[in-house]
Unconditional design. Structure first.
Length: 500
């Protein structure tokens, strides 16, 4: 699914109106209908007092149409029209004419127009949508502060008012802090970034059937990957296949006190369909791994506490390195050697990433290598980012410069490709913010690479299924008690959703 800019969304609206030969107010009606349908399912209690704040543009027009629809469904709707300049979009005016006289309306042009405090349970924010062109000031900013201080749940129509859809706001900008954002047809980049969490809340998309031809043709470098795409990527196992069909993976992982990371990565790798798995670990890990993961073969290093020597690398289809590795001098040397000599594709995580950053080994990364940093590890590799938008730019530049795939982990994990494209994930939950879940992801992606998925498909499939396993685990134990092993236990159920 493509992530579009505000400008592209405006073009999509216009193309839809032209191709269907409908008035623009009909598209607004469709949007308002879609919003109302979602709203009545989410808030079926018609006893609630609903305030609908409308700005002067089409976002306000949506608000007026929604007010009319909610009124017809017996909800108690009150409208505030905030427009100091008395200039309205044509579709706003159309919907103002259609507003039933029974709905109370207050026109607000200045602070003294503010009504006496009333008791609202819900506020629908229709001040500004994708038409926002500058920071909000004056009476609009006052209204936004007012909304943010009301003890009511706030639902943003299309976009939280005051939030730019694809660029950072200025510090101190007035922005609506929504509990929910219900957006039309396409996701906006702003929704996917941690810095906007308190404005966007939980976000949902509703279809308004924008021109399929336009959506197919429009170009973007930012995407969300969907369940449908995962269905297309995932390969069923074949009847006459054998363990050789699904690849032999090697994991280089673990050090004294961190063998758990190796065990988690190994178990996740096996649960993700790899044919054979070997784990190269320090000698202290031998008994631990043979006991915790009997399905894996164990190749002990000559050194007790950390990895010092590469094993023969010639029998593997994928090599994963990093979980629990430590940063001893001999291990640093091993990482450097691996980058120079690997005959198989690499998946690199954790301390292996830190070693690459500290030793400035980025230029030695073999093409199409997959790196799986969290934001701190990425900062060590690519330098500090001024904000989440800037971090995405650094991500694109890094992937282009070194010809690699980077899985930048977080609430919406983002995969960068050597072509500079970005793919965002929508599965997963905050229960996964716990030690070891990243090691699980390394194991999953290594298994998928060993099974000959392309690097991009291995990343997309791996990240999606990892998050889905987390969501299934949450259904069982909740978010607080969730631990990394729960993800592994739920990988089977995640794969089974795709018949695999
Ligand atoms: N036919 C369409 O174009 C459709 C539009 N839709 C709605 O229309 C919205 C976009 O509407 P508009 O393009 O009218 O824009 P908005 O309603 O977001 O903004 C209205 C106007 O306010 C002005 N403005 C921008 N920033 C301002 C600021 N900081 N202070 C004061 N004034 C400011 C601009 O001139 C802008 O055009 C979408 O978010 C969506 O809610 C939906 O009804 C679907 C159909
Ligand atoms: N709030 C969150 N929502 C969804 N996924 C999350 C969240 N926090 C962390 N995760 C996921 O959990 C994993 C954590 O990995 P990482 O930070 O490397 O932890 P560790 O090294 O301790 O295993 C990543 O895949 C990340 O996307
Ligand atoms: K809005």
């Amino acid at each position: 699914m493509k992530i579009l800019t505000a400008l592209q969304i405006r073009e999509a609206d216009q193309r839809t109106i032209a191709e269907e030969n409908i008035p623009s107010a009909a598209l607004m009606e469709r949007a308002a209908n879609a919003f109302t349908e979602w709203f009545t399912r989410k808030f079926p209690d018609t006893g609630k007092n609903i305030l609908i704040c409308c700005g002067p543009g089409n976002n306000g027009g949506d608000g007026l149409a929604i007010a009319r629809m909610l009124h017809a469904l017996d909800y108690a709707a009150t409208v505030w029209i905030v427009a100091p300049e008395n200039k309205f979009s044509p579709d706003f005016l159309t919907n103002q004419e259609r507003l039933p006289a029974a709905i109370p309306v207050t026109n607000i042009k200045q602070t003294s127009d503010f009504p006496e405090a009333s008791e609202f349970n819900l506020v629908l924010d229709g001040l500004f949508g994708t038409g926002l062109s500058r920071s909000v000031t004056g009476i609009y900013a006052e209204i936004i502060q007012h909304i943010n201080h009301l003890p009511a749940q706030v639902i943003a129509i299309d976009v939280p008012s005051g939030l730019y859809t694809e660029a950072p706001n200025q510090l101190g900008d007035a922005i609506v802090q929504a509990d929910y954002t219900l957006s039309f047809e396409v996701p906006k980049l702003a929704f996917l970034l941690a810095q906007n969490e308190k404005y966007v809340g939980e976000w949902y998309l509703v279809a308004i059937n924008l021109s399929p031809a336009f959506l197919a043709d429009v170009t973007t470098d930012k995407f969300i990957f969907t369940r449908e795409q995962v269905t297309q990527i995932i390969q069923p196992r074949r009847k006459f296949s054998h363990k050789g069909t699904y690849g032999h993976a090697l994991l280089l992982a673990g050090s004294y006190g961190k063998m758990g990371a190796a065990a988690l990565a190994a178990r996740a790798c096996l649960r993700s369909g790899v044919g054979l798995l070997s784990v190269h670990c320090p000698k202290v890990g031998y008994t631990i791994l043979q006991t915790a993961v009997p399905e894996a073969m164990t190749l002990p290093d000559t050194e007790a506490t950390h990895l010092t020597q590469l094993p023969d690398l010639n029998t593997y289809q994928a090599i994963g390195i990093g979980p629990g590795l430590g940063k001893e001098p001999a291990t640093r040397h091993l990482v450097r050697q691996l980058l120079q000599t690997t005959p198989a594709p690499l998946v690199i995580d954790a301390d292996a990433l830190n070693i690459i950053a500290e030793e400035n080994l980025q230029p030695a990364l073999p093409p199409n290598t997959i790196l799986t940093p969290h934001p701190k590890e990425f900062e060590r590799l690519a330098g500090p980012a001024s904000d989440d938008y800037n971090r995405l730019k650094l991500l694109q530049n890094f992937c282009r410069q070194y010809g690699c795939f980077v899985v930048l982990k977080g609430g919406h994990t983002c995969i960068g490709t050597p072509a500079g494209d970005l793919y965002f994930n929508i599965t997963g939950n905050p229960g996964m913010a716990t030690g070891g879940t990243g090691d699980v992801l390394t194991g999953i992606i290594t298994a998928l690479v060993a099974q000959k998925y392309s690097p991009l498909d291995a990343c997309r499939l791996g990240v999606y299924l990892h998050g889905l396993a987390g969501d299934l685990a949450r259904d069982q134990v909740g978010e607080t008690a969730l631990i990394a092993s729960d993800l592994i236990e739920n990988l089977g159920a995640a794969f089974r959703q795709f018949g695999s």
